[in-house]
Ligand binder design. Structure first.
Ligand code: FDA
Length: 302
């Protein structure tokens, strides 16, 4: 209860307090900041996926601007020889304004990443975007079979059917590549599981199906129970190490991350950066109100 109350005041926190919290979770403001954080993760045997933070856009000029920024990021990361890939949110490229132009924007980004032998992951946004993002992924996968992947959310009741439908498109020449996460948006109980134990059960069911069917999976979680469940499934199906990776958010659960890497697994860290750090940070704080309580405490207790 108190957590919810704390979460509701998060947007009203002074910006400098949010920054005190944020700097642990955000690589910085410039592409050079993102490159230096990524390099230091690389030095510890961790790959990255970089994400340029952005708020909701209102017109296609903003979408073109974001596309051009991503093209610059790819050039900068590739010339710095970072071991990394790219993650993006289609709404930043106009998904809800002009889906066709959004496709063309993202196509240019995937095409450039592809030229460098890299990879682009389409983040999954809230439920009104799911159909559009599935379609976008299928279209891009057709043209760039090994250079694009999609995120799926275990809290959505529809995801099992979405996976079944997409498995029909899983071929040796054009394999599926998913990141599986719990899901971050506030969805209604008509369409989403709300109870943590049920979300975890569905997560492991979906993961089992993906691993069993030979789909490459980015196992994105900081939940020890899911990491353990994933380990068991990997063992059960003797999944080769090059057919999965673990993924975590920058700054979250570093001990668990080190443990997973120490056990010889591939790990990729999601590295967000950019001038729009404020919106991203308030969302993270709302997800984890315990963190917000610590911040409030630090305001009063010196
Ligand atoms: P859970 O929420 O139970 O967290 C387990 C523990 O991890 C917590 O107890 C806490 O200690 C720690 N923790 C988790 N999140 C934290 C945070 N933000 N700050 C501090 N500590 C935290 N979602 C989505 O809808 N679309 C997407 O495209 C993506 N993409 C994505 C990429 C990657 C690499 C990751 C790791 C996650 C996402 N997500 C996402 C977010 C995901 O859906 C989910 O909300 C978070 O990962 C939290 O769920 P966990 O599985 O970590 O479990």
């Amino acid at each position: 209860m108190i957590n919810k109350a704390v979460a509701s005041v998060v947007p009203y926190f002074p910006k400098k307090f949010i920054w005190m919290f944020s700097k642990k979770y955000i690589a910085g403001v410039t592409v050079q900041d993102a490159i230096s954080v990524s390099r230091s993760l690389n030095m510890h045997g961790v790959s990255v996926t970089v994400d340029l933070l952005g708020e909701f856009i209102h017109n296609m000029e903003q979408a073109s601007f974001n596309r051009d920024e991503y093209l610059k990021i790819i050039e900068a990361f590739e010339s710095a020889q970072v071991d990394g890939t790219y993650s993006l949110k289609p709404t930043s490229f106009g998904l809800l304004i002009d889906p066709e132009e959004c496709y063309q924007n993202i196509r240019m980004i995937v095409s450039l990443a592809s030229k460098y032998g890299s990879f682009v992951r389409i983040d999954m946004e809230d439920s009104k975007c799911v159909d559009l993002e599935l379609t976008l992924y299928k279209r891009l996968k057709h043209e760039f079979p090994n250079r694009v992947g999609l995120v799926l959310q275990a809290y959505l009741k529809r995801t099992a059917d979405d996976v079944d439908a997409m498995l029909k498109l899983h071929t040796p020449d054009s394999p599926l590549n998913f990141r599986l996460c719990k899901g971050i948006y506030n969805e209604s109980e008509e369409i989403a599981y709300k109870q943590g134990s049920i979300i975890n059960e569905n997560y492991l069911k979906l993961l089992e199906k993906m691993l069993y069917r030979g789909v490459y999976v980015g196992i994105a979680t900081h939940d020890v129970a899911l990491v353990e469940g994933a380990r068991k499934l990997i063992k059960k199906y003797q999944v080769p190490k090059d057919m999965y990776e673990f993924q975590m958010l920058y700054g979250v659960a570093p001990e668990l991350r080190n443990k997973i890497v120490g056990d010889g697994n591939k790990m990729r860290v999601y590295v967000p950066y950019g001038e729009d750090w404020f919106g991203y940070s308030t969302r993270r704080l709302k997800e984890n109100p315990k963190m917000a309580q610590h911040i409030i405490k630090s305001i009063f207790v010196k």
